[in-house]
Design a protein around this ligand. Structure first.
Ligand SMILES: Cc1cc2nc3c(=O)[nH]c(=O)nc-3n(C[C@H](O)[C@H](O)[C@H](O)COP(=O)(O)OP(=O)(O)OC[C@H]3O[C@@H](n4cnc5c(N)ncnc54)[C@H](O)[C@@H]3O)c2cc1C
Ligand code: SF4
Ligand code: SF4
Length: 345
């Protein structure tokens, strides 16, 4: 009997890892990616190594992409989207709108959903002037600019004072997102250390609520960032950023002990914008008849960290909840393992 095939939705690091894992078990995989290329957000991140590797895992992503592109068992459909599913677990007919404008029908036994996240539109937090001040940027833009230009100075010129504002749109009940985005304390402090290694005179300030120490070796990393006297950690999220009428950005925040208002000047502000569910989550959830959680991410069952209420549909990566690259790949391996087990039983 011919082996059933696996459909993976989303070609970020989770989807690519899921596809590679299923292919390594001898299964043919269709990888459907909405964007023009596979790789997802993490393919656009910079290396954060200073004199040593910062263990950010960004370099795992181009490696995974290369392996997917070379794997004869994986067929990639870029610029493509699932538009309908019929059949049942173990025997689905997936209708995919391809980049040639054609609809193709794929017969698959199991589906891994790995459609990732959408970064919060930072302009929605109007107090931070993201849409008004060109030197207010997001962490994502900083990652991409350093990767593309090679250094902070090449991307933004001579900057002396840089502020990071954490929890922008996360852990913010008034805004409607009360969950933690999990990865921004990690990437912001690694980017801060990277910038300090390039600009030895620069002053950095990280405005935070609580530090989410998450991921391998992160406690040690934060300890060493805190020992750097040019990286200041300020507890409290600023109330407002002003550009006009000043020549630099002014950040107004409260002294956490006295409550007194302080205004400091910065050349560049980096916002750690929330990780939110990707825009197709609800549409896909109803197409596949699976559930979403109270925050709008895909819900997994309480007994199976990759399973859904549909026996043949599995979830991996940041489409289930905010995760870093190692956690996304771990979940993707588990999802592929569960999909393969489902198909062979
Ligand atoms: C600013 C920032 C910096 C970060 N830095 C680090 C870091 O240094 N180290 C680290 O470990 N983690 C970091 N992370 C976390 C990292 O981005 C995630 O762990 C990773 O991107 C999750 O991968 P994913 O495949 O689940 O999702 P994504 O990267 O979001 O990939 C999902 C893919 O699915 C595609 N897609 C979406 N909808 C559909 C659809 N309907 N059909 C088909 N395809 C679809 C998307 O186009 C995308 O290619 C950072 C996060 C942010 C926001
Ligand atoms: S893990 Fe990150 S810091 Fe280390 S080499 Fe890879 S990309 Fe660079
Ligand atoms: S990871 Fe850090 S910055 Fe991000 S939401 Fe959680 S506490 Fe805030």
């Amino acid at each position: 009997m011919q082996k059933q095939k696996v459909l993976v939705l989303g070609g970020g690091v989770a989807g690519m890892t899921g596809a590679l894992e299923a292919a390594a078990k001898g299964f043919e995989v269709y990888l459907v990616e909405k964007a023009a290329d596979i790789g997802g957000w993490a393919y656009t991140y910079c290396c954060k190594a200073t004199d040593k590797c910062a263990k950010c895992s960004a370099c795992l992503v181009p490696q995974a992409k290369m392996h997917v592109e070379k794997n004869p068992l994986i067929t990639v459909f870029c610029g493509s989207e699932l538009i309908g599913v019929s059949g049942q677990s173990g025997s689905y007919r997936a209708k995919v709108n391809t980049n040639e404008g054609q609809v193709t029908e794929l017969e698959v036994g199991a589906i891994i959903v790995a459609t990732g996240f959408k970064p919060l539109d930072a302009a929605r937090k109007g107090e931070f002037a993201y849409d008004r001040e060109k030197n207010v940027i997001t962490g994502l833009e900083l990652e991409q600019a350093i990767r593309e230009k090679g250094s902070l100075t090449a991307a933004y010129g001579e900057v002396k004072s840089i502020g990071f504002i954490q929890c922008v749109g996360s852990r913010d009940l008034a805004f409607g997102n009360n969950y933690c985005s999990k990865v921004c304390c990690m990437y912001a402090s690694k980017l801060a250390k990277l910038i300090r290694s390039e600009l030895t005179d620069a002053e950095l300030t990280i405005f935070y609520m609580d530090f989410q120490t998450f991921g391998k070796d992160f406690d040690e990393f934060i300890k060493s960032a805190k020992e750097d006297d040019k990286i200041q950690f300020v507890r409290g999220i600023p109330a407002k950023i002003f550009g006009f009428p000043y020549d630099r950005l002014t950040v107004r925040y409260a002294n956490s002990l006295t409550g007194e208002a302080i205004e400091d000047k910065f050349d560049l502000i980096v916002l750690s914008a929330a990780i939110t569910p990707c825009e197709d989550t609800q549409k896909l959830a109803s197409m596949l008849d699976v559930e979403t959680d109270e925050h709008g991410f895909f819900r997994v069952t309480s007994l199976n960290p990759v399973g859904t209420k549909q026996p043949g549909v599995f979830i991996a990566g940041a489409c289930q909840s905010p995760k870093d690259i190692p956690q996304s790949t771990e979940q993707a391996k588990a999802a592929a393992g569960a999909a393969v087990k489902f198909l062979v039983v």
